[in-house]
Design a protein around this ligand. Structure first.
Ligand code: SF4
Ligand code: SF4
Length: 150
C-alpha cells in the first residue's frame, strides 16, 4: 500500500491510536434504508449475476445503470432505500457490492475525527464491539478507493 501522509497524521489516528471500534448491530438496516446511490464495479457484476442465476448482460440491464467508466449504480429511484433491502436484511448479502461490505471504512469517513464521530448519528455500530487495527482499516480504505470513493 502506498503511504498517505494526510491520513497517517489525521486527528482520528491521534484520537484512536490503536484503531477504530466498529461492529454491525444485529437487526439494524439503517445504512441500507437511507436513500442514496449504491455503486457496483463492473468487476463485481458477474458474481451478482451468478447469484441471481442470470446472464450477465440481462442482470446489468435489469438491475444496474451506468455511472462512469467501469462503475455502475444499482438501478433504483434516488429517493428510495436500496432495492435489495428486505425485512430481514440484504437479499444479496453474499455478493453485496464493496461499497456495502467496506462500510463504514470509506475514505471520507476516516479522514478526520469529526467525520468518524458524525457517523455515530447514522450507525449504531460506530465505537462498539470489534477493534479494527489501523492496518486493517488501511487495507479496506485502499480497496474502496476507486471511482466515486476517491
Ligand atoms: S447502520 Fe451500522 S449497525 Fe446498522 S446495518 Fe449499517 S453498518 Fe450495521
Ligand atoms: S446491496 Fe445490500 S448491503 Fe448494499 S445497500 Fe443494498 S441492501 Fe444494503
Amino acid at each position: 500500500m502506498h503511504e498517505n501522509r494526510t491520513v497517517r497524521k489525521n486527528s482520528l489516528r491521534i484520537k484512536y491510536p490503536d484503531g477504530l471500534k466498529f461492529q454491525c448491530q444485529y437487526g439494524c438496516t439503517k445504512c441500507c434504508a437511507i436513500p442514496g446511490v449504491v455503486y457496483v464495479g463492473a468487476w463485481e457484476a458477474p458474481a451478482m449475476a451468478e447469484f441471481f442465476g442470470m446472464d450477465l448482460k440481462a442482470f446489468i440491464e435489469r438491475h444496474l445503470r451506468p455511472h462512469y467508466g467501469d462503475v455502475y449504480e444499482i438501478n433504483m429511484p434516488d429517493d428510495k432505500p436500496c432495492k435489495f433491502l428486505t425485512e430481514t436484511g440484504c437479499a444479496i448479502y453474499e455478493v453485496r457490492p464493496m461499497q456495502c461490505s467496506t462500510f463504514p471504512f470509506w475514505p471520507d469517513h476516516v479522514r478526520n475525527a469529526r467525520s468518524w464521530e458524525n457517523l455515530r448519528g447514522l450507525c449504531p455500530g460506530i465505537g462498539r464491539g470489534r477493534l479494527w487495527p489501523w492496518s486493517d482499516v488501511d487495507q479496506i480504505v485502499e480497496a474502496i478507493s476507486f471511482g466515486p470513493f476517491l
